[in-house]
Write a protein that binds this ligand. Structure first.
Ligand code: BTN
Length: 280
């Protein structure tokens, strides 16, 4: 008996290829794989509370109860996404992890899917832009391809990343206007293993420098994250929904502060410092 969620054997994530590609890299060791699981973030938190080593990675081909930010659901595309949750114990402030993770995802996508990004050739002009929407959504060609959920408790941070890699969202009436897959955006399928390796290597390098402290690592990270921010200079609506009440704020996203907060110029001229919310 099979159903829509069954993944043909050859299409399952090649976990051994990822292990080989990240040999010597701390983030991703050990790598724990499930063909299907409720939420990798929930499982990673259970492992962390049981003493799992920093760098432990939980991944799956099919997340049946994926969680997004502010209580949203993260939709599964069985066998076609990269679903990753890392156990971390950062000694630096959370906003730096927000920046480092979004930047590592954006740079890994650019390296694997658009190696000629930034070339001033006519071909380069057709490459969809890989950008970050404040604070940490990763967009390709203006549509979301990756959501990041960081959950912290008792010195533990679970960094959960969901990347829409292969398959298509074109027929999804609800999501297609604002989300896409890398395959749809770049016009060809992408190796999930190559992307996972690139991402874990980049994240490991950034995380290690942040753990070692040093203002220079923070400055370099902030600049690179800011350079990828598509939000700056745009007229935006910020929706804040959740435990701290509800608000909708509109204005121009002028800049970001050192701690990553968004500086919003409201229509009445007031400048507001925004530390959380969804940008539209
Ligand atoms: C968002 O944009 O709302 C964040 C989505 C985060 C989804 C990832 S997939 C891996 C990890 N496990 C979860 O249950 N959620 C995160």
């Amino acid at each position: 008996m099979s159903d829509d969620r069954d993944i043909p054997a050859g299409d399952a994530l090649d976990v051994e290829a990822i292990r080989c590609g990240i040999a010597g890299v701390r983030l991703g060791d050990p790598l724990v794989y499930f063909p299907a699981i409720g939420s990798t973030n929930t499982h990673a938190l259970e492992l962390a509370r049981g003493g799992a080593a920093e760098g432990t990675l939980v991944t799956t081909d099919d997340q049946t109860a994926g969680r997004g930010r502010v209580g949203r659901v993260w939709k599964a595309l069985p066998g076609q996404q990269l679903i990753l949750s890392l156990v971390l114990r950062p000694s630096f402030p959370p906003h730096l992890l927000v920046m480092a993770s979004a930047l590592a995802v954006a740079e890994a996508i650019a390296a694997v899917c658009a190696p000629n990004e930034g070339d001033n050739t006519p071909e380069g002009d057709n490459t969809p832009q890989v950008a970050i929407k404040w604070p940490n959504d990763v967009l390709v060609g203006g549509k979301k391809v990756c959501g990041i959920l960081i959950e912290t408790s008792e010195g533990i941070a679970i960094l959960g990343m969901g990347l829409n890699v292969n398959g298509s969202l074109v027929g999804d009436a609800e999501l297609a206007t604002r989300a896409t897959t890398l395959a749809d955006a770049f016009g060809h399928s992408i190796s999930r293993e190559a992307l996972a390796i690139e991402l874990l290597q980049r994240l490991d390098a950034a995380y290690t420098s942040l753990q070692q402290g040093g203002d220079e690592a923070r400055r370099v990270l902030r600049e690179a994250w800011r350079d990828r921010l598509i939000t700056l200079g745009q007229r935006v609506t910020i929706r804040q929904t959740g435990g701290q009440g509800e608000a909708t704020l509109t204005g121009v996203a002028q800049d970001v502060a050192d701690d990553g907060a968004l500086l919003l110029r409201r229509d009445d001229g007031r400048r507001m410092v925004i530390t959380w919310g969804d940008v539209e």
